[in-house]
Design a protein around this ligand. Sequence first.
Ligand code: FE2
Length: 427
Amino acid sequence: MGKLLVKNCLLRDGSKKDILIEDGIFKHISDTIIDVDAKIVDVEGNLVTPPFCDVHLHLDAALSVGKPRYNMDGTLIEGIKIWGERKKGLSKEIVKKNAIDVIEWEVANGSMFLRTHVDATDITGVVVDALLEVKDEVKDIADLQVVAFPQDCIYTSPDGERLVEEAIRKGCDVVGGLPYMEFCPIDGYNDLKFVFDMAEKYGCLVDVHCDENTDDQSRYIEYMARETIVRGLEGRVTASHATAMHNYNNDFAGKLIGNIKRAEMNIVTNPFANSCLQNRTDGYPRRRGHTRVDELVAAGVNVCIGSDDIMDPWYPMGKGSPLAGANLLANYAQLSGYSQVPQLFDMITVNSAKTMCIEDYGIKEGNTANMVVLDANSEFDAIRLIAEALFVIRKGQIISRTVPAVREITIGEERHKIDFKLKEDNL
Ligand code: FE2
């Protein structure tokens, strides 16, 4: 496999190191390394980090915006209706093509570990089959976890239990749920009970679309914490979205966050879609409809950022960039305090890796040599600039490289380059 020597790496702790990779493993990390046999890449003091993990995607619907029609009122419910129309007669080839395109976008943006929810209640089974095939086909560039997600609910649709279990048997890594969209609370709690039963029966992880609404009485996440503790599944359970938490009263939210921490649950916030979907019908003043990221982080809960929807019926934009998600969340969740910016970086790297239970993650000797070189000289600037991923290295191989845009400004006879970075003479 050969050796790769990456020179002049700026690590997140501020140290400058050379990194020697041999046979796909971080062999040696030191101030200065000389190895005449190695291929050398000089990254000139740019920031080097572990790859991003985009822990919440819907790759079965990605790039389907406008097909068969656009979401004119922009609501979540309208998006679900359009997806219901879209999935009738959908071909496996189209689903695979769109999913692989977005995975390649993600890799070019520095991601290497992805989790996608897939509609397991599609009675044809096409989308589950498509994404399980994609998982295998992209394994040289990304690790993909597939969630058996009951888009039409487990009890509100005619055959939900069987379809979700079948998707797990086919090879899905994670079981998902949708309790708040079931007919009524009894079905919602049974939805969660079934999800946890599946997790125990098949040993899979749990990732539930939980309380993705603005209803202060939508409190299924409380039951998720309870089931996690009772069944001893600490560290293996994730609540995605949890936007209703924004509207809970503070007494209840305080008790709840304590129990989420006790259950070692992971929370995935999805700032792109949820900034558009939640509390959309409030009128004014309009609440943000976003989970309590700052309070959860302060309590020590593992919080991550996901892209969720990329050009689909729920959200028409996106380009598979975790850094863009962190940039948006800095604004939307008011995480612009200087000490909060590194927390944002954690949410797209180490925190998400923990949620996905990835072993062997991080730049240290003996680990698999997965890393990203960003066109930035700090994590603050990586988020501010939504920096390009200059090199993406997987198992010691360069799988993606980006040449940044060259911008030149002319003033009179003089011409010079612009790169948006803070310089040492910006006093
Ligand atoms: Fe989602």
